[in-house]
Write a protein that binds this ligand. Structure first.
Ligand code: GLN
Length: 552
């Protein structure tokens, strides 16, 4: 194992329950350390047997996040990118399934030379190798272990992080445990017993945490932390209370207030004050009651589950805050719209702008086409993301005269497939990691609104995150992340144009349509990519910024 001898490691585990904000707490520590000037990276180790998140159901699991190098992952990596403003990669996610797969493939290829292959040391060694790889360029690397300590499938990861300290030195590792302390309404008290047991379990696996974050619904008295510290044999100063707060983006400031800074300072050997001004400013903008309220309709299949479109909703909320507006997000059920349900139609007619996010399969798609058509017809601001661009092209083609325009994804028999399958995607519809995934460049045509939006951003900020470049001829090169199988059939471009949309960006070889816009409308931008994956709360993606700006 090649180790980065300058790196310090923070290992984050959870006790009692999952879903109590372990990832956000970890990412907030990262944000604080970044604000102290360190290069911080993060990694999630998840005990699922899936090889990646690409085939997981978005209702159960939330959005599938895509890294720049094309790995389909958990939405946690999106949080990491938003909090730390760095690009995660294939090294940032380690699932049991991928570790087993690699071990079994190595075993089948004779790579173990007849040895018995075991969880310890083979699984645990490979996890440590992945941690070393993920941290090779970092000052501080944070590793979050999914699930809760004691879960069967998580144990090899716990053992791996324990062993890791032997390799890099215990002084270079900080173990942080996030435990939940429930409020018992009947006796009106906080119950610390589950947390005590969780810490006992962790100790049983050989890890004594350096910090315990006690998550509570309401602020807890100091005595609660002291009690946990006493039972766990810890210094009371190492047990901190983190009560619930309104917004995840206030967690870094909240964590800072909890008294963690002293511990982090000692661990990293620097007492430099973290520069949290941008977080403070964002927090203020976000919580201000701005006089202007903008109503954005999100036309989607999985309504009400924010996690399914979390990057989109986060980008919209941040864009509203930065534009000094309050966002009223209206969920519009695409299937209901398709059935002309009066309530859904009424909602569509009531909003100031429409977003159609990514999606798969034919369910509700006519509703999304209808929404795009409505925006084209009534000059209502529209932002189309991936499928949102495909439905916009279908709507425009129908308006341009091809009444049965469709996508091969929804009606394989239709003749007029404005959206069709990419040659190399045929037959792979239900397989994993087989789409066009990750970063791809596109060239935006000089003179289009799309090019202007990105160019303005470059001029204002020096550079938009990761790779926007203004070329000599005025075109703009952008890099956005993708996750799709289908593309625009360019034979239909004249019809699409007749319906009001023009291509504003192509792949550099001109073969794929990457961006379309309605030049005559106030704001109508759609892309085959997922710009939401690159939007950050402290630096919002320009398409989202301009979309919100265009409303009202
Ligand atoms: N289902 C469409 C495709 O595969 C769009 C995908 C998406 O929106 N991510 O091309």
């Amino acid at each position: 194992m090649k180790k980065n001898t300058n790196c310090k490691y923070i290992f984050v585990t959870g006790g009692v329950l999952s879903g109590v904000g372990k990832g956000i707490t970890a990412a907030s520590m990262g944000a604080i350390l970044k604000a102290k000037g360190f290069k911080v990276t993060m990694q999630k180790c998840d005990p699922y047997l899936n090889v990646d998140a690409g085939l997981l159901n978005p209702i159960e699991h939330g959005e599938c996040y895509v890294t720049h190098d094309g790995i389909e992952t958990d939405l946690d990596l999106g949080h990491y990118e938003r909090f730390l403003d760095f690009e995660t990669s294939k090294y940032s996610i380690t699932l049991s399934g991928s570790i087993y797969k690699e071990l079994i493939e190595r075993e089948r290829a004779g790579g173990f030379h007849g040895k018995t292959v075991q969880l310890v040391p083979h699984f645990t060694d490979l996890v440590q190798e992945k941690i070393a790889l993920a941290s090779r360029d970092s000052d501080i690397h944070i590793v979050e272990i999914g699930g809760t300590v004691g879960d069967y499938e998580g144990l090899p990861f716990i053992e791996a992080i324990r062993l890791f300290a032997n390799k890099v030195g215990r002084e270079n590792c900080l173990y942080l445990s996030v435990v939940f302390v429930p409020w018992l309404n009947t006796s009106k008290e906080l119950k610390t017993k589950p947390a005590q047991n969780a810490l006992k379990d962790l100790r049983g696996f050989g890890i004594i945490p350096d910090v315990v974050c006690v998550r509570t619904e309401k602020p807890a008295s100091r005595s609660i932390c002291e009690k946990i510290a006493a039972f766990a044999g810890l210094n009371p100063d190492a047990v901190l209370n983190l009560p619930d707060i309104d917004s995840v983006y206030d967690v870094p400031l909240n964590v800072l207030r909890s008294g963690v800074l002293e511990i982090l300072d000692k661990f990293v050997g620097s007492s430099k004050t973290p520069d949290m001004r941008k977080w403070e400013k964002f927090s203020k903008m976000r919580s201000t009651n701005w006089p202007e309220i903008v109503k954005v309709g999100l036309v989607a299949k999985y309504v009400g589950n924010e996690d399914t479109y979390i990057c989109v909703t986060e980008a919209l909320k941040a864009a509203a805050a930065h534009n000094h507006k309050n966002l009223d997000l209206i969920w519009i059920n695409a299937e209901k719209l398709e059935e002309s349900d009066p309530e859904a139609v009424g909602l569509l007619h009531s909003v100031d702008g429409v977003v159609v996010p990514g999606g798969f399969g034919s369910r509700g798609v006519e509703g999304k086409i209808l929404a795009a058509d409505y925006c084209l017809a009534h000059d209502v601001p529209y932002l189309g993301l991936c499928l949102g661009m495909q439905v916009a092209c279908i709507a425009a083609a129908r308006r341009g005269g091809v009444k049965d325009a469709n996508s091969e994804e929804f009606g394989a028999t239709a003749k007029n497939n404005v959206i069709y399958i990419m040659e190399d995607q045929k037959g792979k519809e239900s397989t994993g990691a087989s789409m066009r995934l990750g970063d791809y460049p596109a060239k935006l045509k000089h003179g289009t609104k799309t090019a202007k939006i990105y160019r303005d951003e470059v001029e204002e900020c020096g550079e938009y995150v990761y790779g926007t470049e203004v070329l000599k001829n005025g075109d703009v090169k952008v890099i956005e992340r993708h996750r799709h199988r289908y593309e625009v059939n360019q034979d239909f471009l004249p019809t699409i144009e007749k319906g009001g949309l023009v291509v504003s960006g192509y792949s550099p070889d001109g073969k794929l349509v990457e961006f379309v816009e309605a030049p005559k409308l106030k704001f109508f931008q759609a892309t085959q990519a997922h710009p939401e994956f690159k939007s950050r709360p402290l630096h919002v993606h320009p398409l989202f910024m301009e979309f919100i700006k265009s409303l009202k």
